[in-house]
Design a protein around this ligand. Sequence first.
Ligand code: TXA
Ligand code: MG
Length: 316
Amino acid sequence: MTKKIVTIETAAALLKSGEVVAMPTETVYGLAGWINSDEGLRKIFSTKERPFFDPLIVHVSDIVKARTLSSDWTDIHEILGLALWPGPLTLITKKITSLNPLITSGLDSVGIRVPRHPVAIELLKYIEGGLAAPSANKFGKTSPTTSDHVYQEFGEEVAILEGGQSDVGIESTVVGVSGKKVEIYRPGQITASKISEILKQAGLKDVEVTYAQSPVAPGQLKHHYMPKIPLVIVSERFDQKDLPLIEQRLGSSFSRPVLWKQDQDPLIASRELYEKMRSFDEEGYDLILSVKEAHQSSEDWMGIWNRLGKAKSLEL
Ligand code: TXA
Ligand code: MG
């Protein structure tokens, strides 16, 4: 068995015929389907074993195409799109009525982004409209940041466009806009402070930018990104003698725990995050002890600890 790597031309032809193709982006690899193909969209859900209540993000080659999918493109959308695209930002906007409801899970809004990866941008130029693409993993599992990860997830079933290792490593920041309020539904590399600063510089001084508390978006479930072995979040004070407490709480014993500290640079830590999460069980460990350092409560680390928080079995 080998990876089914295809060219951009083949990928475009497959997508137009109603197939799904794994596409590299700067955040994680996506499982793409053409937004104008009902068959392709259905195949995304069946391949991922994803429930229909979880809406998909539409990827387009530029802001001009983004505007055509929206029926209420505001100044805030325009300013953030111009400043941060191509890049790891998804903007939620009121959708045009003709969009297939499979994309939006029946909501009247749609999430749109322009990815920064050259292969994705090139592919999108061949595609009228855009590509719906969730992360290319089975529902609830760890997102892929290399073509090998995609292959481990789906085997030869899914054609893959090669694009090397994803640079950002965690999924895009998802942003909702309502009047003068901007709400971050999913934290990522682009922070609320960054968004706030851009809006202020553009002259919009009274916009409030906040992080959403509980899951506003369907799909933002508590358990997600789960590795194959349990992950426990511990503080810097963790001591091996606390292991029995974890064993008792999880109801099993562990013989090969690994202590996992993040790189001090959040850009590197996020790039390595999912790769490391996958590698621990391949290396024969049976428990991940993920150390959260005090300084990592800052905003730059929010995306990383949001994902680890959803991947965890327990937090001490
Ligand atoms: O970085 C990314 O965003 C990656 C790459 C492939 O682009 N994609 C990704 O897609 O993470 P996915 O399906 O794993 O996550 C999409 C999430 C949904 O679970 C939901 O929380 C939010 O985006 N979303 C999409 N459309 C929405 C909408 N109309 N309203 C609110 N949230 C929405
Ligand atoms: Mg996902």
